[in-house]
Ligand binder design. Structure first.
Ligand SMILES: *Cc1c(COP(=O)(O)O)cnc(C)c1O
Length: 435
């Protein structure tokens, strides 16, 4: 019996040579970030206090194609190009005429798409003479990605990890230590801000907002230290576009083109990564591919937030950015998809949404885990709780296709695996998951 092809793989020579910058093709220009004091567009000097100049320049660069440095491509080659797979067993289980494809970014050493930008950021920092990088992490996906990247370039890495997850999900902390990073539970005694929080509440469980404030304070109070962010910003979205560029070639290998492309959104980077190259196809080649962002209903910045200037962090240290936001003081409920608990949305993804170039939908976490369980039981891979939102969105598109009796080609981004998130699956299976 002939085996049905389910893997569409590219040779390593097909690792993209350029990142694609949607800024060059937006039908209307984006609003610039503003200095919170003067309300004037933020200057290079405002940003170079915490980021190296080469990254700040890239953040503002409107060039359509930006060359990926050779050293970065060489490290991408450890796991890229990632596989594109067809979920034929899931299609059968759903009795759908739809074809479901997924791009598997969980194959990176850190288990998610995040090293695509971590490696690039560590490279540019190395070029700029940075000796030490500080950052924050929630559950640890970003911290471990940056730890890996810093190790590759011989940069010291300091991570402030939200205390509850530091204590409850120890494996990612150990992964960061394995790659040589120093990890502090936040709030910590290592910063003034952390000490202040601890003085008020010694048992504070911490939050992403507190951890960002500690990481930024660490950056500005240590020599040769810069700060690094794993999502939201333009350069982060840019670095992730290797995902969608590979998908376009791999879907051609499969002899199909997607009708709809689905990804989850927290800060927006993995969605940007798979969707932006397809938006270019719509804008420049007259294609009509739908791009669907899936968010948690408990932190639904696109579908329930408003478009306005807001801070990127709770402590009001970042420039003001034009984005869909629930307000920078909004504290999202403790859902299991920690990586989607962000009050705002990437300014680029926000702009695409405002211009009607993309769609968005929100789901509660029970429906999301139900989809993740079915996916794992059909296809084997256990999706990260974040990625499971995309699984839910893709499955509902396939169910709609069945109801309409139409063939539909669905592509989604499986942004990471869930092997370090089994306590979340435990909550679902033991019926302790709040909707
Ligand atoms: C961090 C993370 C996300 C959410 O971040 P985005 O910037 O929106 O992509 C999604 N999936 C996984 C696996 C993550 O680790």
């Amino acid at each position: 019996m002939a085996i049905t092809t389910t893997h569409f793989t590219l040779p390593q020579s097909e690792i993209p040579t350029h990142w694609y910058n949607l800024m060059a093709d937006f039908p209307q220009p984006m609003q610039p970030p503003l200095h919170p004091g003067t309300k004037k567009p933020a200057s290079l000097e405002d940003m170079t206090a915490i980021f190296p100049e080469n990254i700040v320049r890239q953040e503002m660069d409107p060039t359509r194609e930006i060359e990926i440095p050779e050293e970065v491509r060489q490290i991408y080659a450890l796991w890229r190009p990632t596989a594109l797979l067809r979920a034929i067993r899931l299609e059968k289980a759903l009795q759908t005429p739809a074809h479901i494809y997924y791009k598997y970014e969980g194959a990176s050493p850190a288990g998610s798409h995040k090293p695509n930008t971590a490696v690039a950021q560590a490279y540019y920092n190395k070029q700029a003479g940075t000796k030490r990088l500080s950052t924050e992490t929630g559950a640890g996906q970003w911290g471990s990605s940056l730890a890996l990247a810093c190790r590759m370039f011989g940069i010291e890495c300091v991570v402030y990890q939200v205390k509850v997850t530091y204590n409850h999900k120890p494996y990612r902390k150990l992964l960061m230590n394995t790659w040589g990073a120093t990890v502090f539970p936040s709030p910590s005694e290592h910063t003034k801000f952390g000490k202040k929080v601890l003085a008020e509440d010694p048992d504070s469980p911490g939050s992403l907002g507190i951890a960002i404030s500690e990481a930024i304070e660490d950056c500005v109070t240590h020599p040769n230290t810069k700060y690094s962010l794993g999502s939201v910003l333009n350069h982060v979205c840019l670095h992730q576009t290797v995902i969608g560029q590979e998908c376009i070639k791999q879907m051609a290998l499969a002899g199909e083109e997607p009708d709809v492309v689905v990804a989850c959104v927290g800060g927006g980077s993995n969605f940007a990564g798979i969707a932006f190259p397809y938006i270019q196809q719509n804008l420049k080649k007259g294609k009509k591919i739908r791009l669907l962002a899936v968010e948690p209903s408990s932190c639904a910045s696109l579908t329930k937030g408003e478009l306005r200037y807001d801070f990127g962090d709770t402590a009001e240290m970042t420039p003001l950015m034009m984005m869909y936001t629930l307000g920078h003081k909004f504290v999202p409920p403790k859902i299991h998809a920690g990586g989607l608990r962000y009050h705002g949305m990437s300014p680029m993804v926000s702009h695409a949404y405002k211009l009607g170039l993309i769609e968005a939908v929100a789901y509660g976490q029970k429906k999301v885990f139900e989809a993740a369980m079915q996916f794992a039981q059909c296809e084997g891979i256990v999706p990260a709780p974040e990625s499971s939102h995309a699984v839910r969105g893709a499955m509902d598109e396939a169910i709609k296709a069945r109801e309409e009796g139409k063939k539909r080609v669905i592509l989604f981004n499986l942004s990471g695996h869930g092997l370090m998130d089994m306590p979340s699956y435990d909550s679902y299976m033991s019926g302790n998951l709040a909707e």
